[in-house]
Design a binder for this molecule. Structure first.
Ligand code: DX5
Ligand code: ZN
Length: 218
């Protein structure tokens, strides 16, 4: 049995006191999740290079970037230089997805593919053989604090089947609306990594919440 890997989303942290929230994450979590939004692929903007640079400078954990942007290839080299260790791009944003994955891997970062809630997992059948992780979006990307879309759980099971068939090393990350109320079913369906924003930073004791999420076996 392995325990759940927890990646708090900094989007829900207190931007007026990021240092304090990053300390909690550094001391308790497994991965730091950065949500990058361009106002084009998703109807919202988040933060850019100066903020990422400040975060990676103090990060004691691997930092992953979730690129909710069109033309993500503009950022791979810069992110590598800033110390990012994994990048996920959206299936829906990349016409030449295989090329994007190769570019990320050539820079010696882990490469993931994120799929929106409505996207059928069968689109992963080819690319899954060469990626390090799949990000199953369990909310429509663009905002933190949304509710988990219940049909995501069955999708996790189907992604797991694809992984077992084509690339057993590939991990499944679940992003959006993850909480202590649904993490057990996510783990049971095959989730390896959970992104958690609101459920961590909106809780009374974020460190304790991270530890409770980690306490779930998968
Ligand atoms: C949604 C982002 C998520 C989100 C997670 O566009 O990709 O990472 O901020 O936050 P919660 O856990 O609040 O849904
Ligand atoms: Zn995300």
């Amino acid at each position: 049995m392995k325990r759940m890997i927890v990646a708090p989303s900094i989007l829900s942290a207190n931007f007026l006191n990021l240092e304090a929230d990053l300390k909690i994450v550094n001391e308790n979590a497994d991965i730091i999740h950065l949500d990058i939004m361009d106002g084009v692929f998703v109807p919202n903007l988040s933060y850019g290079t100066p903020v990422i640079k400040a975060i990676t400078k103090v990060a004691k954990l691997p930092v992953e970037a979730h690129l909710m942007v069109v033309e993500p290839q503009k950022f791979y080299k810069t992110y590598k230089e800033l110390g990012i260790s994994s990048i996920s791009v959206h299936y829906e944003a990349c016409t030449h997805l295989d090329r994007d994955i190769n570019l990320i891997k050539e820079l010696e970062m882990k490469a993931g593919v994120a799929i929106n809630p409505h996207t059928d997992e069968s689109v992963l059948k080819n690319i899954i053989r060469v990626i390090d992780y799949v990000v199953v979006m369990s909310v429509n990307p663009g905002f933190g604090g949304q509710s988990y879309i219940p049909y995501s759980t069955e999708k996790i099971e189907r992604v797991k089947e694809l992984i077992e068939k084509y690339n057993p090393e590939c991990k499944i990350e679940i992003d959006g609306g993850v909480s202590l109320d649904n993490i057990e079913s996510i783990a049971k369906a095959g989730g390896d990594i959970v992104v958690a924003g609101n459920s961590v930073f909106g809780s009374k004791d974020p460190a304790q919440t991270i530890r409770e999420l980690q306490g779930i076996n998968r």
